[in-house]
Design a protein around this ligand. Structure first.
Ligand SMILES: [Fe+2]
Length: 310
């Protein structure tokens, strides 16, 4: 069966993409940001997922105020990078997994989450920046990608609890897919930031760190946070953090935090990043063959070595 083995939380700051595309990664300001993802790229190279489900939000690239689905699942065979005003980013076209995506859509909709099925969609920095941060800048992306766009740009966005429960429904869907696929799920956006108005530039590191702590150890606590608290404490755009709860809902209740990185500022936002692994398989409850289990255990050991170096 297909299995979600880990979750990745990552900011998706557009200026990170611009720094990459314009060769600024070695400038001190940006080196501080990119260096925090070096271990993550090693982890991803060892983990080698077959598919990444990337939860992100569209920033008026594929959708507009004319039409914004709350949850939109990308079921296409490929997803080109969107033109966000400076031409499409020079990143490879993402290859989708239409069969698995259609399976997830069916399972989740029959579980009473009314996803919008999207068969043609361009993807913006919300998706491509985290891909770069975790996979680098390859000529072709090394795994298939299923985008899940969430409305966090126009009121009312979904609640954190709704997002968390959707994550659980996605996991159930994945685990009923017969092909033996290794899947990593991304939650992107945030952390605290506000891009306009009198509070533009707001960063609340204490809030962000508490969020990361609870994401790791007590995610249900986060599901009770109302929208107004995100906006008051983490800025108007801090509401993007509800998307991390879809990722977290798709994981075990207890997970291993193998890596965390936090730095401020990056283009007036707080950059946050976390890698969480499911424990279930390491505990030997997997239905996979012993050889597959030992491979996974070896990958986990590598991940722990990466984390302990930091
Ligand atoms: Fe965003």
């Amino acid at each position: 069966m297909a299995t979600i083995i880990a979750g990745v939380g990552s900011s998706h700051v557009p200026a990170i993409g611009a720094a990459l595309d314009n060769g600024k990664t070695e400038e001190p300001y940006w080196k501080r940001v990119f260096s925090g993802f070096e271990k993550s790229k090693d982890w991803m190279a060892q983990t080698k997922p077959d598919v990444a489900i990337v939860v992100y939000n569209d920033h008026a690239s594929a959708f507009s105020v004319d039409m914004i689905p709350t949850f939109a699942l990308g079921c296409a065979a490929e997803f080109p990078p969107a033109d966000e005003g400076w031409g499409p980013r020079p990143v490879p076209v993402l290859k989708g997994h239409p069969e698995l995506a259609a399976h997830i859509a069916q399972s989740v909709i029959l579980d009473e989450f009314d996803l919008t099925v999207v068969n043609k969609m361009e993807v913006d920095h919300g998706l491509t920046v985290p891909m770069n941060l975790l996979f680098g800048t390859p000529k072709e992306w090394p795994c298939r990608v299923i985008p899940l766009a969430v409305n966090v740009v126009m009121y009312p966005p979904p609640t954190g609890h709704r997002c968390y429960m959707l994550g659980k429904a996605i996991r159930k869907a994945v685990e009923s897919y017969p092909e033996d696929l290794k899947i990593v799920i991304f939650g992107t956006g945030g952390l605290s930031h506000q891009i306009s108005g009198p509070r533009a530039g707001l960063i609340n590191s204490k809030w962000d760190k508490n969020f990361l702590d609870n994401l790791s150890k007590d995610p249900k606590k986060l599901t009770r946070i109302p929208h107004i608290d995100y906006m008051r404490e983490a800025g108007a755009e801090g509401i993007e953090m509800v998307m991390w709860l879809i990722m977290r809902g798709a994981l075990d209740d207890k997970v291993d935090e193998v890596y965390r990185f936090y730095t401020v500022p990056a283009s007036n936002t707080a950059v946050g990043h976390i890698i969480l692994e499911n424990r279930r398989k390491a505990a030997g409850k997997s239905k996979r063959a012993p050889a597959a289990r030992s491979k996974q255990a070896a990958a986990r050991k590598v991940a722990h070595r990466i984390a302990s170096k930091g």
